[in-house]
Design a protein around this ligand. Sequence first.
Ligand code: FES
Length: 274
Amino acid sequence: MSAPATERDTVGVFSPGRARILARTLRQDRWWLSPLLTVVGLAAFVIYATIRSFVRTAYYAADYHYLSPFYSPCLSESCVPGASHFGTPFPELPVWIPLAFLSLPFLLGFRLTCYYYRKAYYRSVWLSPPACAVAEPHSRYTGETRLPLIIQNSHRYFFYVAVIISVINTYDAIVAFHGKGGGFGFGLGNVILVVNVLLLWTYTVSCHSCRHVTGGRLKHFSKHPVRYWVWSQVSKLNTRHMQFAWITLGTLVLTDFYIMLVASNTISDLRFVG
Ligand code: FES
């Protein structure tokens, strides 16, 4: 919550005991560029993903069994024929419920509670802080000690569900090796689907909670050689977690967009086999 200017001007770097410098920061570089790019990138993804998750058009290319990740798993009778790889246990859904209602809230929760994204939106959206050594516009700070932010501690549970959803996405990518007339087929859509799934797995297992549960919480690595090895590999990926977070936002959009173009017959899939 922003404080009135008078209160704000007496806390933090403006406190009575601090050196009297009236500027919010003395930094001369473009410190605002990174938070600005973060907001633009996140907003673009949220707008695209929201629209595509609700429109219910061109999300399944029946000829090749390509299913958009924004519609997986598709479990209701509202799904187009063939898109339901796991049956249709749910009846028709009203338009305000996305067809992937079982996975999207968990994926949203997974990314929202992700340690990297928290850093990104705490800085760029809540300006807490906007950049290192730039005074905050807030006079009070309680961190993640209270509701609602204390809920961020549930991230590991979203991680467990994200692993299950990654298995489902993997299954979708495998059944997409389907030819137009039946049998095996292989086209550019398969390359896009497989690359997207591999990167989703990489993002998921590079998670900080994954690092903790695999071995990070152990005290004596010497007594757990297998978990130590797994923890070592996860730690290597974890150093690139930020990059995987952004790359997978991009590959999700690209995958959905390509399937939309093929499913709507705007372009035809580049086929190698079948
Ligand atoms: S910390 Fe980013 S997904 Fe877990």
